[in-house]
Design a protein around this ligand. Structure first.
Ligand SMILES: *[C@@H]1O[C@H](CO)[C@@H](O)[C@H](O)[C@H]1NC(C)=O
Ligand SMILES: *[C@@H]1O[C@H](CO)[C@@H](O)[C@H](O)[C@H]1NC(C)=O
Ligand SMILES: *[C@@H]1O[C@H](CO)[C@@H](O)[C@H](O)[C@H]1NC(C)=O
Ligand SMILES: *[C@@H]1O[C@H](CO)[C@@H](O)[C@H](O)[C@H]1NC(C)=O
Ligand SMILES: *[C@@H]1O[C@H](CO)[C@@H](O)[C@H](O)[C@H]1NC(C)=O
Ligand SMILES: *[C@@H]1O[C@H](CO)[C@@H](O)[C@H](O)[C@H]1NC(C)=O
Ligand SMILES: *[C@@H]1O[C@H](CO)[C@@H](O)[C@H](O)[C@H]1NC(C)=O
Length: 424
């Protein structure tokens, strides 16, 4: 009803505004034409799109507007891209009249107000791209009516409330991106029904509860990021069964429990494992050396214990092994075998094992053989005594000790060396 009145009012307004000349040229106002004018009317500054005017130019030729070319869609808006125009104002509910819309891109503006639930009328919509605005309020459950949606991108707004469980019915959805909002509540188990999903990004929200077991059903997922939330409990073992998974970002939460011993054999496509600042305990699974695509293992500030896998150097693509502030041990030559093994990682740039329980009388010469790419070697806060092998500078391009970032020193005998050797 409200919708009807808005449209009617606008029509009247247009009628009054139009000179007889312009009105004569525009033979009829379709719903799409009116909806576009209504959308424009709620944006500021509306002069950001000058070609949108009551003139001879058909609205299908307006800047940012594309109409369909098939018999069904001719004269209907299928693509609306008003991204990156510095727009403020709100989203008109009349957007719900553009029922043939496939892409709505209003990203990178400064739009305020709520997401109109009328978006749920857009049954052909494939991409709803509203990231980087100042949109507020809840995500309307009506979006679940957009059953053809492939990409839902609402990141970097000020959205609140919970993720509507109804979104789990979007069977075609490939990308769900809600990062940098203020979304709370738990992750609905229904998301495990998004059987096409490839990319799930929930970074920087206020989500609590656990990761739903049901996510393990998403056998096409490549990217899960839930960094900086308040998620807790064990990481469901089902997640470690998603063989397609390539990037797993779990940092800054309260995840606890141990990593499954078999994870390196099941996550065969894993490239990035980030789980810093959680409560993870137990050993780093030996099988991790089998996840041959791994580039980053970033799990500082946890409670990991045990020794490092002796053949970790099988991960030849490894560029970052960051395990600072854990409870990892190494005493015997066998325990230290990982260091020899890491010599095979020609791309290694960061090796940070500081603040663990590594013990050694003399730092082994194998440290000399580490990658020439190495730019950060952290061994502070362990029990390593001895001098730096004389050749380390030449071998790993050690220029000068640039940084004293943490002002704590390792227990070097020969020379006082900063805890972080920043090697350039
Ligand atoms: C159409 O554009 C012209 C020139 O930019 C402007 O003067 C006029 O006010 C516009 N008309 C409407 C109805 O926006
Ligand atoms: C949407 O807008 C953004 C920002 O201008 C742009 O990078 C992106 O390619 C657009 N995507 C589509 C599908 O129009
Ligand atoms: C979405 O679907 C529900 C259930 O069919 C319906 O009640 C609701 O009105 C629809 N929303 C829109 C905006 O069409
Ligand atoms: C998120 O909500 C909290 C209170 O619930 C508020 O303090 C904070 O400023 C909000 N953050 C953003 C980015 O809106
Ligand atoms: C997932 O979909 C099935 C089949 O439609 C339904 O029975 C089930 O309740 C859904 N699961 C959740 C958690 O919504
Ligand atoms: C992982 O997948 C295998 C084979 O598909 C299955 O047998 C096993 O039960 C699954 N484990 C979990 C924890 O889902
Ligand atoms: C690593 O993979 C090989 C070959 O598939 C397998 O034999 C071995 O048991 C795996 N290692 C671990 C620790 O699971």
């Amino acid at each position: 009803m409200v919708f009807f009145f808005r449209t009617a009012a606008l029509l009247l307004q247009l009628f009054l505004l139009s000179t007889p000349k312009t009105f004569a040229k525009v033979t009829s106002y379709t719903d799409d034409h009116l909806a576009l004018l209504s959308i424009k009317a709620e944006f500021q500054p509306s002069n950001s799109f000058p070609s949108w005017n009551i003139s001879d130019l058909h609205f299908c030729q307006w800047e940012g507007v594309t109409c369909g070319s098939s018999q069904d869609t001719a004269g209907r808006v299928t693509f609306l891209d008003l991204s990156n125009l510095g727009l403020t104002g709100t989203m008109s509910p009349d957007v719900g009249s553009l029922t043939f819309l496939r892409t709505l891109n209003l990203s990178h503006n400064n739009l305020k107000g709520h997401l109109p639930e009328e978006l749920g009328r857009l049954s052909h919509l494939e991409s709803l791209l509203l990231w980087q605005n100042s949109l507020e309020g809840r995500i309307p459950a009506d979006l679940a009516n957009c059953s053809n949606l492939l990409r839902l991108s609402l990141g970097s707004n000020k959205l609140t409330g919970e993720i509507p469980a109804e979104l789990g019915t979007l069977r075609k959805l490939l990308v769900l991106s809600l990062h940098n909002n203020n979304i709370s509540g738990s992750i609905p188990p229904s998301l495990g029904n998004l059987s096409s999903l490839i990319h799930l990004d929930l970074v920087r929200n206020q989500l609590s509860g656990t990761l739903p077991l049901s996510l393990g059903r998403l056998q096409r997922l490549k990217h899960i990021s839930v960094t900086r939330n308040r998620l807790a409990g064990e990481i469901p073992s089902t997640i470690f069964n998603i063989s397609s998974l390539s990037r797993l970002y779990l940092g800054y939460n309260f995840f606890s429990g141990v990593l499954p011993p078999d994870m390196g054999n099941t996550l065969v496509n894993l490239e990035v494992l980030q789980a810093f600042r959680n409560l993870l305990e137990g050993p780093i699974p030996i099988s991790i050396a089998n996840a041959s695509k791994l580039r980053e293992i970033v799990m500082p500030y946890n409670r990991l214990s045990g020794t490092l896998p002796g053949d970790i150097g099988k991960l030849t693509h490894l560029s970052s092994l960051s395990l600072r502030n854990n409870r990892l041990e190494a005493r015997t030559a066998e325990d230290w075998e990982f260091l020899n093994s890491l010599a095979k990682c020609n791309s290694l740039q960061v090796l940070d094992l500081s603040y663990n329980k590594l013990e050694l009388g003399v730092l082994p010469n194998s440290i000399i053989k580490l990658s020439t790419q190495l730019r950060l070697l952290g061994l502070a806060g362990n029990n390593i005594y001895g001098s730096i092998p004389a050749d380390i500078g030449r071998s790993v391009n050690l220029g000068s000790y640039v940084s004293h970032r943490h002002h704590s020193f390792n227990y070097w005998h020969a020379s006082k060396v900063p805890s972080y050797l920043v090697i350039e």
